[in-house]
Unconditional design. Structure first.
Length: 76
C-alpha cells in the first residue's frame, strides 16, 4: 500500500503492527512544526535499512523493513 498525505492512516497501521516495509523520503527542507510520523503514542519498533538512494537535489529515499522490538543499549 502506498500512502501519501494520510499520516493518521500510517500511524494506525504502525500502531497495530501492520507494516512490513517503510519507505521514507527525506527532503532537505526545514518547514518548522508539523505532525511527526513517530510521534507520541507510537510503539517502539526496530527498523532495518534495506535500501537507500541519494539524489542530486539532496533528497534521500530510505527503505526499511520492520524488525520487531528494538534492542536498547549504549553507543560505543
Amino acid at each position: 500500500m502506498h500512502v501519501i498525505g494520510s499520516l493518521n492512516l500510517v500511524q494506525s497501521l504502525l500502531r497495530f503492527g501492520l507494516v512490513d516495509r517503510l519507505d521514507l523520503w527525506v527532503d532537505p527542507v526545514v518547514l518548522g512544526t508539523g505532525k511527526k510520523v513517530f510521534g507520541d503514542g507510537m510503539p517502539p519498533t526496530a527498523l532495518r535499512l534495506i535500501e537507500s538512494t541519494g539524489y542530486s537535489n539532496g533528497t534521500l529515499h530510505l527503505a526499511y523493513d520492520t524488525a520487531g522490538e528494538p534492542a536498547y543499549g549504549t553507543i560505543g
